[in-house]
Design a protein around this ligand. Structure first.
Ligand code: PRP
Length: 207
């Protein structure tokens, strides 16, 4: 199911990413802020586990999200600021990495690096800023599904209606939390109006 966030704070931050004057440092900073807001929303009904902790009032039990059951997975390289943000929020979580490159002619994504740990019993949270054709995200979901996790969630910043339709068809059981769905894809499969290439914007490269 697709959950597009409507919060004006989210929209404001997302729209700052579109500005060409937003430099790489601020771009990555906003990506990190947005990722946290998406994580708050995606985990809003997560159950809390009682844990005994030492406090100034002695040992007491309080509720905590079971961080060790969270596994964050990103797709290099534009997802790197996103995974930094959520792993800072949940330092006991674990992380996995995939690398894919989009073939510029066929527009198909090609997986060339896979470093995903055991997923059994884990809530796997995929983080990647952009969903254009959804090829990368669909491939990532397939890789993770084959490792039998408890649940898969995806956090994304910007997507196309075309990509959302494909995700709904291919992976209707996956919850996708996205900051904004834009107008369309162009003939080169870029999101319009979009924000350019999130990887290039984050790391001062071109193409
Ligand atoms: C971007 C983005 C996604 C992918 C989305 O990565 O981070 O992984 O494109 O496109 P799709 O929905 O059509 O598959 P990109 O290939 O630009 O690599 P980068 O992160 O290294 O910039």
């Amino acid at each position: 199911m697709i959950h597009e966030l409507s919060n004006p704070v989210v929209k404001t931050l997302l729209n700052h990413l579109r500005e060409t004057k937003t430099d790489a440092l601020r771009f990555r900073h906003i990506v990190q802020e947005l990722t946290r807001l998406l994580a708050y929303e995606a985990l809003s009904s997560e159950s809390l586990e009682e844990q005994a902790i030492s406090t100034w009032q002695g040992e007491k039990s309080f509720g905590f999200i079971k961080e060790v059951d969270l596994l964050f997975v990103t797709i290099l390289r534009a997802g790197l600021p996103m995974i930094e943000s959520v792993t800072a929020l949940f330092p006991q979580s674990s992380s996995g990495f995939l690398a894919m490159k989009r073939d510029e002619k066929t527009h198909q994504s090609v997986l060339y690096y896979d470093r995903i740990p055991e997923c059994q019993g884990k809530t796997v949270i995929l983080v990647d800023p952009m969903v254009a054709t959804a090829g990368s995200l669909c491939d990532a979901i397939s890789v993770i599904r084959s490792k039998a996790p408890k649940k898969i969630i995806s956090l994304n910043l910007i997507g196309s209606p075309e990509g959302m339709r494909i995700l709904e068809q291919k992976h209707p059981d996956i919850d996708i939390y996205i900051a904004h769905i834009d107008e369309k894809l162009n003939e080169s499969m870029f999101i319009i109006p979009g924000l350019g290439d999130a990887g290039d914007r984050s790391y001062n490269t071109e193409g």
